[in-house]
Design a protein around this ligand. Structure first.
Ligand SMILES: [Zn+2]
Ligand SMILES: [Zn+2]
Length: 238
């Protein structure tokens, strides 16, 4: 432990931490940038977790197209709070432990703020081919950080991505659904009756999380909630 601290001090001297967003010296995410990310809406839709008016429990989008397999979805922050984009980029491409810690702390705060309750935490899996290319699954790093802080079990084996899918970025909502349909599989009997929290770094439409939730529900999980680090604030309006 002591040796590790010395080593990190040494690294910090050689490569002083710089804010991943504004490049200012001193920390991996400086206080001004961090406070820009930490925006909490006053009220969110009970289902999809997006900002609603104070009088509306379920947003108008969920009223006519409710979540299919997920019991609910929450996000720690929104893309519109721009420094989060730089932080997620740093997480994806540099796998930086200090950034992982800051971001998983945001998930912990969201878990508490939205009074979520889970028996087991499962990250959205990458296809093995993609995992080999990248070397790590950023959602798994976040889920691991969250499970450590909440002292909840963390499961990376039960849910599997059995089919490689193309990147969702260029696809419309319909294509996104088709792209991930049947891409996940869960055969583990230990999840029967369990309350599961799925973790993903980002979420545009909920199609990937919904496809995971379907596989988990088929494995007889009791409830499946999704928690993401960041979402667009108004995805339904795009
Ligand atoms: Zn900064
Ligand atoms: Zn909603």
């Amino acid at each position: 432990m002591f040796i590790t601290q010395i080593w990190h001090l040494f690294l910090d001297l050689l490569f002083p931490p710089r804010c991943v967003n504004c490049q200012s010296l001193g920390s991996w995410l400086c206080q001004p940038c961090l406070s820009q990310i930490k925006f909490t809406p006053r009220s969110v839709c009970r289902q999809c977790g997006l900002t609603t008016s104070l009088t509306e429990a379920i947003c108008s989008h969920c009223q006519h197209s409710p979540l299919q397999n997920l019991n609910g979805l929450r996000t720690a922050t929104y893309f519109e709070n721009s420094p989060i984009r730089s932080a997620i980029h740093a997480l994806k491409y540099y796998n930086h432990q200090a950034v992982v810690n800051i971001l998983s702390q945001m998930l912990v705060e969201a878990y508490q703020r939205y009074e979520l309750s889970a028996d087991v935490i499962i990250p959205v899996p990458l296809h093995p081919t993609r995992l080999n290319e990248r070397g790590f699954n950023q959602s798994e790093l976040l889920a691991k950080g969250l499970s450590r802080q909440l002292k909840l079990p963390f499961d990376t084996t039960s849910l599997q991505r059995t089919r490689a899918t193309v990147a969702q970025v260029e696809l419309n909502p319909q294509q996104r659904r088709e792209n991930v349909q049947g891409a996940f599989n869960c055969t583990n009997k230990t999840l029967i009756g369990q309350h599961i929290l799925l973790i993903d770094d980002v979420c545009t439409t909920s199609s990937t999380l919904e496809a995971c939730a379907l596989a988990l529900k088929q494995a007889q999980a009791a409830t499946v909630w999704g928690l993401t680090l960041a979402r667009p604030q108004h995805p339904h309006h795009n």
